[in-house]
Structure formats: C-alpha cells, structure tokens
Ligand binder design. Structure first.
Ligand code: ADP
Ligand code: MG
Length: 392
C-alpha cells in the first residue's frame, strides 16, 4: 500500500471520526484490470484479469451503537444510516455499495454493530478499473473480519457480486469481484466464469510492464449498450444451443465451428457479436499459455486482435478508446494495446517495454490529444494481491 494513501486516510479519519484511532481496523482492496477476454464473463467464458496495486484503503472503527457512518476521500458527502434501515436510497449515493454489503450480512443472519468507515482510494472512480468492486469486496472483508463471520473469500466475492446485481442494479458478471478478492501478486488469473475454477499465471519477464491509460471520456452509453450486448448474446445462444448440446453458454461453442455458427445465425448483427465471443475466447485461452511461456510478442498481438474485434464486431469501443489504443500501438516498445472493461470510455491496457514507458506516455498523450482534443491519464501500477487486512 502506498504511504501517501495511508497518510491521507489517517489524517482524514482523525477529523471524520475523532477519538477512534486506538481501535482502528485497516484493509486494502485493489482495483482490477482485465488483460484479455472482454465481454466473456456473462457468456460463461474464460477471462484473464489481474488485481492491481492501485486500490482502496478502508479504515473502520466499530461503534457501540447501531449507526453506520461513511466517508470517502473521493466524494465530499458523509452519509449516515442505522443498521435497522439498510435500504437502497438514491440520496445515499456511493454509500449504497457498502450499505448493500451490510444488508447482505444481516440477511444471512449475522449480528452487526455500528461502524465509522472511510474509503481512501488511488483508483479512478468510474473508469473501468472496478472501483465499485473494490469498495464492495473491501467492505465485505472488513465486516467478515471485525464481526468474525467466518466466510471464505470466495463467498465474500459472490456476495459482493450479488450486491452489485440486486442492490445496486448493475448486471455485471463475476469477474470484477473475483479478481479484486482472489488476485495474487505478480500473477494474472485465468478464470472460468462458469465454474469459478482459476489458474494463476506469473508475469515472468521483468522487462515488460502493463501500462493503464484512461481516456477520461465519460462512459455515457455504457449501461444501455452493455444490456443490449447481453441481450444480443442471449439471442444468439437461443438460436445455437440446440445445435451444440455440449455448450451450456455461448462462449462454450468452439471457434472451429464458426462456418456452421455463421450459417445458423443469419442475422448480420448477431453474427458479428458471436464472432467476437468465440474468437475472443480462443485468444484468451491462448494468451494464458503465451504468458506462461514468456512469449510476450504473441501476447501483444492477441491484445491488438482483441481490440479490433471489440471495435469492429462487438462495437463497444468508440472514438476515444480507438484513438488511445491506436496511438499506443504506434509506439516502439509497445507490443500490444486494447480497451479493457465494458467499453464506451474508461481505460486501455498496453504491454510496454519497461525502458520505453516514459516515451510511451509522452507520445501517446500527444497523439491522443491531437486526435480527440482530450487529455489521457496514465497509472503506475503492477499485478497486486487480492483484498487483505493491513497493518498501518
Ligand atoms: P468502476 O467500477 O468501473 O470504477 P462504477 O460506475 O461501477 O465504475 O463504480 C463507480 C462508483 O463506485 C462511484 O460512482 C462511487 O459511487 C463508488 N466508488 C468508487 N470509488 C469510491 C471511493 N473511493 N469512495 C466512495 N465510493 C466510491
Ligand atoms: Mg464497477
């Protein structure tokens, strides 16, 4: 955890909740980036994310009453609720995420007590690095630890996804919460989103790093288009399922069956969406073996192919993400670049030679600005550990 973040959090906490310093619990919950395998989690496929070293530091002081107070160094408003009324309320804004988690513990029969909770984050909120899963899983870990509920991290991860789906009303797949909760330092994780089986793949070449760049373009269409894509994938699978009885989800249909799939689907839009899913799935599985074998060039090419597929077939990029990925791929020392997350804004991830990172940031920033008039941000982060308790 970054020392500046700790100092910022402690000084903020001292004014938010004076007198509780002696009885403070601290947890660090990372963000995540998906290296490859986009829009596959809700299609029953494999994804290849990693937890980051950027994330959210939670400071929690238990109280002797049934009040819960929330503060954030990112959002000015302090929110306060009673454990006897943990309902979703629009006015509660960001506090709805942790309120949903507290409600989920109570629904499972756990007895809680009041708390003061501070979120301090060096992760950009709402940029596709899963700040929402970071605060959900962080809150679940804190509650589980402080009140000795005895749930395993996997259960907390599933609980956090249910909160986002049912309490917040965002129909995300399991990838975000899983990567945030189950990440392993210096490793990416190949996750089967159907069974939650996971294998960890080390990043072995010290010369290459992943660089995250933010378009700083608002994700306006994100929610409606996300739901539209899910619905299109469901329609494809409804047409195909009888012809592929072994496939329990769209991503299970093998790429080799493409000619048959194409002729069955007929509809041009469904053909494009499904082509992305089937080929992205094959690329994702191959990418894990490339990383394992240290074949960074092949990994980079797969990232570029993934972006093109998301641009042309799945149509979830938009001019800002396209300009950022294209600017990156022109820089010497960058082996590959792609959008990450749901799309329509948010971030790209690029595989860059360590000695070229400064050039990369300068050249990409310039070209992106020329193309779009927007200024990009870059984050220094590496492959981090999943959510954990920390000592301050
Ligand atoms: P993403 O998960 O991609 O960052 P979301 O739109 O899913 O974007 O979640 C962003 C929301 O999560 C914010 O609008 C806010 O409500 C909440 N959030 C994120 N980070 C923090 C933080 N540090 N403090 C409080 N709430 C946060
Ligand atoms: Mg989110």
């Amino acid at each position: 955890m970054n020392a500046n973040l700790r100092d910022e959090a402690l000084s903020y906490f001292a004014s938010f909740s004076p007198g509780h310093e002696a009885n403070l619990h601290a947890y660090f919950s990372p963000g995540r980036v998906n290296l490859i395998g986009e829009h596959l989690d809700y299609n029953g496929g494999y994804v290849f994310p990693t937890a980051l070293t950027l994330g959210t530091l939670l400071l929690v002081a238990p109280r002797n009453d049934r009040r819960v107070r929330f503060a954030s160094t990112t959002f000015a408003q302090v929110h306060e609720v009673s454990l006897d009324d943990l309902s979703y309320q629009k006015d509660h804004d960001y506090a709805n995420y942790p309120i949903g988690v507290l409600a989920a513990f109570q629904d499972r029969g756990f007895e809680l007590q009041g708390m003061d909770i501070l979120f301090a984050s060096d992760l950009p909120a709402g940029s596709g690095l899963s700040s929402s899963a970071s605060i959900e899983v962080g809150t679940a870990l804190a509650v589980n630890d402080i009140f000795q509920c005895g749930l395993a991290m996997r259960e907390l991860v599933i609980m956090a996804q249910q909160v986002e789906n049912q309490f917040i009303g965002v129909s995300c797949g399991i990838m975000d919460q899983f990567a945030v909760g189950m990440g392993k330092k210096d490793h990416a994780m190949l996750l089967d989103c159907e069974t939650l089986a996971v294998s960890y793949h080390p990043l072995t070449d010290p010369d290459y790093v992943f660089v995250i760049a933010n378009t700083n373009y608002p994700r306006k269409l994100s929610e409606s288009k996300y739901n539209e894509r899910r619905e299109e994938c469901d329609r494809s699978f409804a047409i195909l399922r009888d012809h592929f009885p072994d496939a329990r989800a769209l991503a299970h249909i093998p790429m080799e069956a493409w000619p048959e799939v194409e002729s069955l689907l007929k509809d041009a839009t469904l053909i494009k969406r499904t082509r992305h899913v089937l080929f992205e799935q094959a690329r994702t599985k191959a990418s894990a073996t490339y990383l394992q074998a240290g074949d960074y060039r092949a990994f980079g090419e797969a990232m570029n192919a993934s972006h093109r597929s998301l641009q042309d077939d799945f149509e979830v990029t938009g001019y800002a993400l396209d300009a950022l990925a294209e600017s990156a791929s022109l820089v010497e020392g960058c082996l590959g670049s792609r959008m990450t997350g749901a799309g329509f804004g948010g971030c790209t991830v690029s595989l860059v030679h360590k000695q070229k990172v400064a050039d990369f940031e300068r050249l990409v920033a310039k070209r992106y600005q020329d193309l779009t008039g927007l200024s990009a941000s870059f984050y220094l982060t590496s492959l981090g550990q999943g959510a954990k308790r920390v000592e301050l």
